[in-house]
Each structure stands twice: as C-alpha cells, then as structure tokens.
Design a protein around this ligand. Structure first.
Ligand SMILES: [Zn+2]
Length: 236
C-alpha cells in the first residue's frame, strides 16, 4: 500500500476538500465519502471502437464527476487522474496484471472506507442496436441495490430509457470490495448514437451531473453520516 499512497499523493489522487499537495494521505483518507473507480487505464484500454478507447471516456467522466462532487463539498477520492494502469501501483501482488489491477481498486476502496464506490465503465455488445446506461450491483447487497436504483433512475432520465439495474455476483470489484460498490456502464460503445454521446464533452458533463445527483441523494437518504452532514451544513 505504501507504493499506492506515495503515487497517489504525487498524482494528487486523494482529492478532497481538506487535501492538498503534501498532505498526509492518512489524514485525507478517513474523510472520503465516495470513491470514484475509473475503469481500465494504461495498457488496458477497456472496450474499443476503432481508435476510441473506453479508458479515456471513463477518465473524462470521472474527472468531471470529481469536480462536481467537490464543488458540492462531498469528500471524494478518485483512483486515477491520468492514463495509467493501477496494476503498476501493485507490483508485489500475485496473479496476472488484470487481477492485480482489480485487486488494487478493491484495496483502495477498502482502505479509504467510503460510504460507497462508483466504478465507471462503458459497455459493449455484438448487437449494435442495444443502447443506454446499465448499473450493476452485487447480488443480495441491499445498500448497493438502493444506490444502483438511484443511479439507474437518473441515467434513464438522461437517456430516455427505462432500464432496470442488474444484480451480479461475477464482478471482482463488486464481490471483493468491503464497501457497497456499483458498476456504472455509461452507455454502449457498440451503439452509434451512444458512441457519439459518450464522446461529447457536453454529454460527459451531463453524465457526471446525473451520477453526482444520484450519489448525493444516496448519501443523504441511505448513507447518513453526522460528521458529513455537519460539514455540509457548515459549508452552505
Ligand atoms: Zn470496462
């Protein structure tokens, strides 16, 4: 973990209202209420369409989401602010690069212990007509399910869809994270209309705004914290 903390501070990853370059990450970490997990990075591009790489869309929306949440005084951490693989932070672990990458994401969430973690991704399927957002939560995890419902509802509103969130027990990040976590598939790279939307900075901002709204509603209604609400009141 020391490697992660050092890298995280250098890259400004442990972002939050109290954090600044040079601040001890241990001081910043307890305040994180939301962790943004930016899917893929570095050698791992995620899903692709021509030269379009999922990792870049995830990062673009992730940074916008971080900025919205910070502007609303929600203590938030993000696990990458640049294009690199998280497995590079986790060289000592056993297993292949992909597994090390996922393990690092889980380790960051477990260490920071936020109310929840949002994993940002872009979907792909062989059926080019399939489109829209899809939120995935861990099967039988009620907190994750409520969060997924809120996120799906906001994203449905944005896309004009009526999709239901999906339960799964086959995603490493969902099953290994000790904090409630959801995977937010923000649209399909395999669908022409979604693809155009996902590449538009204006739409990326709308995605960030929708995810932020659902997340803040969830924090308020489902994950209350006396320290957090006091801080929020003081900030208003
Ligand atoms: Zn992905």
């Amino acid at each position: 973990m020391r490697v992660f903390w050092a890298g995280a501070v250098a890259a400004g990853l442990l972002a939050g209202p109290g954090s600044a370059p040079g601040l001890q990450p241990e001081a910043a970490s307890p305040s994180a209420r939301i962790v943004i997990d930016v899917g893929h990075g570095g050698v791992d591009g995620g899903t692709t369409y021509g030269t379009i790489l999922e990792k870049d869309i995830n990062l673009a929306v992730g940074l916008k989401l971080l900025s919205v949440l910070q502007s609303r005084h929600v203590p938030t951490s993000i696990n990458r602010t640049k294009d690199y693989a998280l497995s590079d932070d986790n060289p000592g672990k056993n297993g292949g690069r992909h597994r090390r990458d996922l393990a690092q994401r889980v380790e960051v969430a477990n260490k920071l212990n936020p109310a929840f973690m949002l994993s940002l991704h872009v979907n792909w399927t062989s059926n080019p007509s399939r489109s829209g957002p899809l939120v995935i939560y861990r099967k039988n995890q009620q907190a994750g399910k409520r969060l997924a419902l809120r996120l799906q509802q906001e994203l449905n509103r944005l896309y004009g869809t009526e999709t239901e969130p999906v339960a799964s027990k086959s995603y490493y990040v969902l099953t290994h994270s000790r904090v409630p976590s959801v995977i937010v598939e923000m649209g399909f790279l395999s669908n022409k209309k979604d693809r155009q939307l996902l590449l538009s900075p204006q739409f990326q901002q709308k995605l960030a705004d929708s995810i932020a709204k659902a997340s803040m509603d969830a924090l308020k209604e489902d994950f209350p914290s006396s320290a957090g609400s006091k801080k929020n009141r003081a900030a208003k």
